[in-house]
Each structure stands twice: as C-alpha cells, then as structure tokens.
Design a protein around this ligand. Sequence first.
Ligand code: AKB
Length: 319
Amino acid sequence: MKKEKILIMGAGGQIGVELAMALRKLYGTDNVIATDIREAHPLLDGAGPYYILDAMDANSTLDIIKKEGITQIYLLAALLSATGEKNPKGAWDINMRSLLQVLDLGVEQKLTKIYWPSSIAVFGPTTPKSQTPQKTVVEPRTVYGVSKYAGELWCQYYNQRWGLDVRSIRYPGLISWKSEPGGGTTDYAVDIYHKALEEGKYTCFLSEDTYLPMMYMDDAIRGTIELMEAPVEMMKSRMAYNLSAMSFSPKEIAASIQKHIPDFTIDYAPDFRQAIADGWPQSIDDTAAREDWGWKHEYDLDKMTADMLKHLKEKKQPV
Ligand code: AKB
C-alpha cells in the first residue's frame, strides 16, 4: 500500500464521495481523511476518518494537517456555475479563499501534492466551440468560470515560484449514480435518469439541441487518480488539463434512455442556465492529456446510460 496521508476537503460533494472511496481502496481507509462543512454523506458515514471542516477555515485545516500527518490535499469544496450566478461574491470568496489558503499550507507544510479541480467553465462565448483546444481564447462569463481560470493561474504561479506540485483537470459535466450533483448547469444529465425511472418523464432546463461536453464519474475518478499518480516529468502543463469523453444534447440523452424505457418523454423549459450553457464549448480537444500522461476515456453515452439505469434501479428498489 502507498505511503501517503490524504486530506479531502469537500468530500461530501459529487466528486468527493467517489474520490474518497477510490482513494481509500488505493491508500488504505485510515490514510484518507474525508472532510466537509456538512455531516458525512451516507456513503462515507462510519466508513473511515471524517471531520466537519469549513474549507475557508485555515487554522482548523492546519490543525488536521498536523494531527493526521497529511502529505497531500484534494481541495474539492466550491460553488458551481448555477449557484455561483445567484451569489457571485460568495462564489468568488469560497472558491478563491479556500484555494489560496491550501496553496499556502502546501508550501509551508511541504506537502507532496495538491489536487484542485478546474472546469470547462473557464471557456466563454469567444472560445472556439468545437474541439476546444488546451490553449485558446479564455474569457469566462460566469463567476465560477472566472474563479476557475484565476485559480488555474494561481496553481501555475505556486508551481513556478515555490515548486509546489499542484495538478488539475478541466472537468466537463459529470454524471454519477452514487453521489448527487449540486448547483451546476450540467446537473440535468443526472436528474434525467432519476426522473426517467421515477416518473417516466422529464422537463429539461436546457433546450433540446444544447450540446455540452460530459463524462461518466468512473472515468473522471480514474482520470483524476491517474493524473495524480503520473510521474512529475509528465506534467508538461501546470494549467489544468482539458479532459474529454463524450458530448451530447438533452435530445440525445433522452433517445439513449428511450432504448431502455421506450415510453420515456422529455419536454423543455429553458431557464437562466441556458445562457451559461450557451457560453460553454460543445466538445473538447484533450490531446495534451492523452499525450502527456496517457488519459483515455472508457464510457460513451449508451454505455453510460446502461450503467446508470442498472445501478439507479437497484438503488431505488433494493432486492
Ligand atoms: C457545472 O455545471 O457548473 C459543473 C461544471 C461543468 O464545472 N458541472
């Protein structure tokens, strides 16, 4: 078993729950300390070390680092795109303050590695929409995107100035059945599966032809761990890596679900999230991640739909 002591901040969120479980398999339960501002998610409750921690509380974070002998931090706490637009200053504060504090703690405490997620939200309406390159025009129009892009630059700065090994991925929309999303524009692509099974119909808050880059959580977790495990000389970019798996529209995900639930229906009532989605890329070029550290996705839309429906069915009607 590998000798690292990992602190996850924001472990109760959509990525955090599954990442905590995967890292515990790899590093040992007691070597992965899960924390969140909320009570433990049911999948983490009683499953290993857990602290209630506000990611903006630098003193308490330092206490845990010292007490537990932490060597790596995964900082996942954040407000996402839709919630961020309702509370722009709050989103900036949470997303930036927590990052800068963790970067400082990383330098002061000589941590070996830090992981911090970025997003396709760094891109904006002036970015090429199709096969968006790793390096391109970047003019985000949401506060979430602005905070992610500023954060990427800070990560690069701390790496160049202090030698801190910070790694990052620009996640597309993530689809998962174990943990719930919250506050994102791509969340419809999770809700739709729940509603298909529960009600046989779904009203989508994006229009039918809104294409967005998406990824199944299994791929995202594997990719994150592969990035963190890759030898340092493979890290040619210290900005976050583009990562791609699939792109689809609400109409296409509905058609994929109809292959399993033929009576499923969808209608559309676009709200304020449509403008956010319209400013984002439709597909992503992730050549740099594939060439630098060997990223490869496994799930396409139909493979993901089959897996989502199978697991959600079991979860909703335990045998
Ligand atoms: C969101 O929709 O805000 C997130 C993201 C793409 O980063 N899922």
